[in-house]
Design a protein around this ligand. Structure first.
Ligand code: ZN
Length: 193
């Protein structure tokens, strides 16, 4: 898949919008990204999984994703590579393996996310993999929102680099231009502030 094809795929599913958006954080942004809207379509998720699997520097023994965001795409990368797809969950804030998932010493593990922003979640999963005696080999994501490559000790690869600027209400250039503010997922347009 080319970068253009991926952008079009997301745009068609209303998962990547351009405009003036009120994010759930309360910040404003000229872009809105919601990977779940594309990944909800199994054939599309499968295609993205295949494309992402191709970025893996070597074949892992399994893939591991932080839930929830990484879960579906991790599963599809696992399908493409023919390996198991485990996921991590937070327990009292700490990244953990539950549900009987276990790593064996020396196992090669690729960490999969939908969006990498600061690299924090992937970094925590990588730390967990090391702590359990396995070997992280790469961190892969559909989108990379970080302005600089996160330094998490493994190659970081993404299908698409995408900047998503965010603004406080008072300093939003789109508000200043009077562009109507839209809350993604709702049809109602809000008054520009
Ligand atoms: Zn604004």
């Amino acid at each position: 898949m080319t970068e253009q094809e991926i952008k079009e795929l997301f745009a068609r599913s209303q998962a990547l919008l351009e405009g003036h958006f009120l994010l759930s954080s309360g910040l404003h942004s000229p872009r809105y990204l919601q990977c779940a809207l594309v990944l909800a379509d199994p054939p599309k998720a499968e295609s993205l999984g295949r494309a992402l699997a191709a970025l893996c520097p070597e074949r892992p023994d399994l893939v591991l994703s932080p839930a929830m965001g990484g879960l579906i795409i991790g599963h599809e990368v696992g399908r493409a590579l023919g390996v198991k797809a485990y996921f991590t969950e937070r327990e009292e804030g700490a990244m953990t393996l539950r549900r009987g998932f276990a790593l064996e010493p020396g196992q090669k593990v690729a960490v999969i996310e939908d969006v990498i922003t600061t690299g924090l979640s992937s970094g925590e999963v990588i730390e967990l993999v090391r702590r359990l005696g396995a070997r992280p080999i790469a961190a892969l994501s559909i989108f990379n929102r970080s302005s600089q490559a996160p330094s998490i000790g493994v190659p970081v690869r993404s299908l698409l680099k995408l900047e998503i600027p965010t603004y406080e209400t008072g300093s939003c250039p789109l508000c200043r231009e009077g562009v109507a503010l839209v809350k993604p997922g709702s049809r109602k347009r809000q008054q520009p502030c």
